[in-house]
Design a protein around this ligand. Structure first.
Ligand SMILES: Cc1cc2nc3c(=O)[nH]c(=O)nc-3n(C[C@H](O)[C@H](O)[C@H](O)COP(=O)(O)OP(=O)(O)OC[C@H]3O[C@@H](n4cnc5c(N)ncnc54)[C@H](O)[C@@H]3O)c2cc1C
Length: 439
C-alpha cells in the first residue's frame, strides 16, 4: 500500500472523539460584570475548578476563548494514569526531586486518580470509564531495568499495582515483539475524553456554574484595592481572584506563566473498524499502551474495541494532519505489522504543556492562581489541580497539595516561543535509534 493510500474515503482531519461529542458554544452569554472568581480556560482544569466552586457555593465564571472543550480536553488519548508518568520530562528524563518529595507527589497523583473515578461516579458521567490497566513497553533492556527500579516506589507511594512482564511473556499484553518487555500498571484506566468533557460540562451547568464561550481574555489588570479587572472579547469582569487554566494554550495575556510552559503538540490517528478477531488480538487485555522512548507513542483500542487509536509526537509542533497521519501510521505498523493495509479515518492534533522541571504545578504568580503543566498526562491531573485550586481559594483544603508551591522554574533564554522544538525532536529521534543500536 502506498503511503498516500492509507486514508479511508471518509477520512476526516478532526478528532474521532467528536463523532460522539463535538464542542459547541451553547447559548452565548456575555461575561458577568462581577464574579468572586474568574477562571481563564475551559478545559478539564477550568471546569473542575468551576464545579468545585459551585459545590462550595462560591460564585465563579469560566471564560473560554473558543468553544468549551476546544483545547486538549476533547482531543487526548483518554488514558488515565495514577502517577506512572509523574516527573517524566518530554525527553523521558526524570525530575530531580528528593525521595520525600517524590513520594508526596506520587501520593497526590494517586489521589488524582481516585478523584476522577469518584467524580465520574458521583456525577453519573457516561464516558466508558474502564479500569483495565496500562502496559508501558521498554524500548531497550536498560529501560526495562530502569522500570524495575521504579516499581517499589510506585507501589509504595501510589499503590499502583505495578509489576514487570518479561519479553518472553509480553505477548500476553500486546501482539507485538517491538519491546524488550515492560511494566504493567494495574491502577490505570481509560475513558472517552470528549464524553468525559461533556459530563463535566453538564455537571457544571447542573450545579449552577457559569461558562462563557467565545470570551477570549485579552488583559488582566490589578484593581487599586483588591482583585482584578479581567477584560474579555465579551465584556469586562471584576473578580476577586483569577485562575489561569490555559495549559498548552497559555498566551501573551500571562507572559510570566507563558515562559514557564513549553507547548508541545501531540498527534493522534484512529483507524477504520477492524475485523473482530484482529482487533481483539492486538491488546488482549484492552489495556492502554505507552512506551519508554524519548519520542514516545501511546495507543489503545477505541471504547467499543473496534479501532486502534494511536498517538505520538509525529512532530513536536502543530503540523498538517495528513502529514502527521503518515508518520503515525509508520509508528503503528512498526509495532503492529499486521495492521498494514488498514485505513485511517481520523487524524488530529492538540497542545500539551511541558514544564522545565517535568512536574505539573499549581500556585500563585503575581497574585494570579494557576493550574498548569500536564506534561502530556493531564486527564486525571488537570481535573485534580483545578479542583485543588478551587479548594485552596475557598479555604477548605485540609492540607497543601504536593504540586502547590512557589518554585515554578523558568529559563532566562526562554520567553514562551518554542522555536527550538523541531531541533529537539530530531535529536531525540536520533537518541532513540542510538539507544536501540547500542542496547
Ligand atoms: C493529542 C493529545 C493526547 C493526549 N493524551 C493524553 C492521555 O492519553 N492521557 C492523559 O492523561 N493526558 C493526555 N493528554 C493531555 C490532556 O489532554 C491535557 O493535560 C488536558 O486536557 C489539559 O486540560 P486543561 O484544562 O489544563 O487544558 P485544555 O483542555 O488545553 O484547555 C485550555 C483552554 O484554555 C483556553 N484559553 C487559552 N487562552 C485563553 C484566553 N486568553 N482566554 C480564554 N481562554 C483561553 C483554550 O482555548 C483551551 O480551551 C493529551 C493531550 C493531547 C493534545
Amino acid at each position: 500500500m502506498a503511503r498516500s493510500d492509507i486514508f479511508h474515503p471518509d477520512y476526516k482531519p478532526r478528532p474521532y472523539w467528536w463523532e460522539a461529542y463535538e464542542p459547541t458554544a451553547g447559548a452565548l452569554a456575555d461575561a458577568p460584570k462581577e464574579s468572586r472568581v474568574a477562571i481563564v480556560g475551559g478545559g478539564y482544569a477550568g471546569l473542575a475548578a468551576a464545579l468545585e466552586f459551585a459545590k462550595l457555593g462560591v460564585d465563579a465564571v469560566v471564560l473560554e476563548r473558543g468553544l468549551p472543550g476546544i483545547g486538549a480536553s476533547t482531543r487526548n488519548g483518554g488514558s488515565v494514569s495514577g502517577g506512572v508518568n509523574i516527573g517524566k520530562s518530554f525527553s523521558g528524563r526524570a525530575a530531580e526531586v528528593s525521595q520525600e518529595r517524590a513520594d508526596a507527589l506520587l501520593a497526590d497523583a494517586a489521589d488524582a486518580f481516585s478523584l476522577i473515578e469518584r467524580l465520574i461516579e458521583d456525577e453519573h458521567i457516561e464516558c466508558f470509564w474502564q479500569k483495565r490497566g496500562r502496559f508501558v513497553g521498554a524500548w531497550t533492556p536498560t529501560h526495562y531495568a530502569a522500570q524495575e527500579k521504579r516499581l517499589e516506589g510506585l507501589n509504595d507511594a501510589a499503590q499502583s499495582g505495578a509489576y514487570m512482564v518479561s519479553r518472553a511473556k509480553q505477548r500476553a499484553e500486546i501482539a507485538s515483539d517491538y519491546y524488550h518487555g515492560g511494566m504493567v500498571v494495574e491502577r490505570s484506566a481509560s475513558l472517552h475524553p470528549a464524553l468525559y468533557y461533556k459530563g463535566l460540562l453538564d455537571a457544571c451547568r447542573r450545579h449552577g456554574a457559569r461558562i462563557c464561550a467565545e470570551a477570549a481574555v485579552e488583559r488582566i489588570a490589578p484593581l487599586n484595592g483588591a482583585g482584578w479587572r479581567v477584560m474579555t472579547s465579551r465584556g469586562t469582569v471584576i473578580a476577586g481572584d483569577v485562575v489561569i487554566a490555559t495549559n498548552g494554550y497559555t498566551g501573551t495575556v500571562t507572559p510570566e506563566l507563558r515562559r514557564r510552559v513549553v507547548p508541545i503538540a501531540s498527534h493522534i490517528i484512529a483507524t477504520e473498524e477492524l475485523p473482530g478477531e484482529l482487533a481483539a488480538s492486538l491488546i488482549p487485555k484492552r489495556r492502554s499502551i505507552s512506551d519508554t522512548k524519548r519520542v514516545l507513542c501511546y495507543y489503545r483500542l477505541s471504547p467499543d474495541g473496534k479501532r486502534v487509536v494511536f498517538g505520538g509526537r509525529a512532530r513536536f509542533t502543530p503540523a498538517n494532519p495528513e502529514l502527521c497521519a503518515k508518520v503515525l501510521y509508520g509508528y503503528m505498523t512498526a509495532r503492529f505489522p499486521q495492521l498494514k493495509g488498514v485505513r485511517v479515518t481520523h487524524s488530529w492534533t492538540g497542545n500539551t504543556a511541558f514544564t522545565l522541571d517535568a512536574l505539573p504545578h499549581m500556585g500563585e504568580e503575581g497574585g494570579l492562581h494557576y493550574a498548569l503543566g500536564c506534561n502530556g498526562s493531564g486527564v486525571a491531573m488537570m481535573t485534580y489541580l483545578g479542583t485543588q485550586t478551587a479548594r485552596k481559594i475557598a479555604r477548605v483544603a485540609n492540607a497543601a497539595c504536593a504540586f502547590d508551591g512557589p518554585e515554578f522554574p523558568d529559563h532566562p533564554l526562554y520567553t514562551g516561543n518554542p522555536w527550538f522544538l523541531p531541533l529537539v525532536g530530531g535529536w531525540y529521534r536520533m537518541r532513540d535509534r542510538l539507544d536501540r543500536l547500542m542496547a
